[in-house]
Design a protein around this ligand. Structure first.
Ligand code: AMP
Ligand code: TRP
Length: 340
């Protein structure tokens, strides 16, 4: 059976970008067609300055939201990364496989490190080695497919390179995975700054729709989205990025990522609108409706933390069972003496 692995890091409240870029496919497609594992990647949240209590709170919230979005604990494995030691065990071996040049080339590292230095801060070593830990997350499970948004594609490419190199040096150990991206909304942009992606942790917050935002907050954020000077409605990602983002959001909400039969793509939608005002209103309502059931289910689940804890406990057990033999094999392959 095909193996799927993906994750989300608890660095902030989950956004519409997370949902459309990744989580929706986990729910609607991936958990039904494969042995799928989804992780709250809490170790990854420690690569930048963090508040321990906040990481704890956001980890639980992320797990609750993933269940609220429709991950089914009977169909897939949902767990917290730090509950399964195999990730860090394998990460070290992959640090002995990847090169420092590869790490320094990663776009996300370059951007985040530059931002941190500009603020006069220091860059944690783990920010540099983060893609190796992510590679360990993926390779520990013999993963075939990694459903992610566009910003993670480079990290999955690196994972492939590291897997191929390890296999060539030490004999076949890892499945070489590939990234799968959504057809629309692989990179949802910030509503206030359409040149950067909608993210959990940077920006003013006005440009990012959080999955738990109240309907009126969602409406306000969408209605205030930055669009581009010209009055006509056309789909042009290069010249009209703000408008293109809204059209993609609408297309994605209506199911043009493949989940809705025959839903219109962003180009076809552009032809149907005469003004920004109408388009924004429709985007706002589509997003509000998309999130409505998720918010309701989240409220129910948040009232029952014991249930969520139970799901995570069983998830970690299942994850461990799958990862341990792969990581043990890798330890033997590189020449480490087995403990007897
Ligand atoms: P992160 O928030 O970085 O932990 O991302 C979790 C998942 O959501 C990854 O697969 C990302 O690629 C995806 N993702 C995050 N932000 C966006 C965005 N703005 N558009 C599309 N996908 C995104
Ligand atoms: N690094 C990913 C992100 O920031 C989250 C993540 C951690 C992940 N481990 C993973 C995604 C393994 C896919 C596979 O979005």
């Amino acid at each position: 059976m095909k193996r799927i692995f993906s994750g989300v890091k608890p660095t902030g409240h989950l956004t519409l970008g997370n949902y459309l870029g990744a989580v929706r496919r986990w729910v609607e497609v991936d958990q039904h067609r494969a042995d799928a594992l989804f992780s709250v990647a809490d170790l990854h949240a420690l690569t930048v300055e963090h508040d321990p209590a906040r990481v704890r709170r956001l980890s639980r919230q992320a797990a609750t939201l993933l269940l609220a979005a429709g991950l089914d604990a009977e169909r897939c494995t949902l767990f917290v990364q730090s509950h399964v030691d195999e990730h860090t065990r394998l990460s070290y071996l992959l640090e002995c496989t990847a090169t420092d040049g590869e790490m320094r080339r990663m776009i996300q590292y370059r951007e985040k490190a530059a931002r941190e230095r500009a603020r006069g801060g220091s860059v944690r070593l783990s920010l540099l080695t983060y893609p190796v830990l992510m590679a360990a997350d993926i390779l520990a499970y013999g993963t075939d497919e990694v459903p992610v948004g566009d910003d993670q594609a480079q990290h999955v490419e690196l994972t492939r390179d590291v897997a191929v190199r390890f296999n060539r040096r030490y004999g076949h150990t890892f499945t070489v995975p590939r990234a799968t991206l959504p057809a629309v909304a692989a990179r949802v942009m910030d509503l206030q700054d359409p040149s950067s992606k909608m993210g959990k942790s940077h920006g003013s917050g006005a440009g990012a729709v959080c999955l738990l935002d109240e309907p009126d907050v969602v409406r306000r954020k969408v209605m205030r989205a930055v669009t581009d000077g010209a009055p006509d409605v056309v789909y042009d990602r290069e010249a009209r990025p703000g408008l293109a983002n809204l059209l993609e959001l609408l297309a994605a909400c209506q199911g043009a990522d493949g989940s809705g039969e025959g839903a219109a793509g962003p180009e076809a939608l552009a032809a149907a609108y005469r003004s920004y005002g109408d388009l924004k209103r429709d985007v706002a309502e589509a997003v509000v409706e998309l999130l409505r059931p998720l918010r309701a289910r989240h409220a129910e689940l948040a009232a029952d933390p014991g249930y969520v804890d139970g799901v995570l406990r069983r998830g970690a057990e299942r994850a461990r069972e799958r990862a341990r033999p792969v990581v043990d094999r890798a330890y033997r392959a590189v020449g480490l003496l087995p403990a007897v």
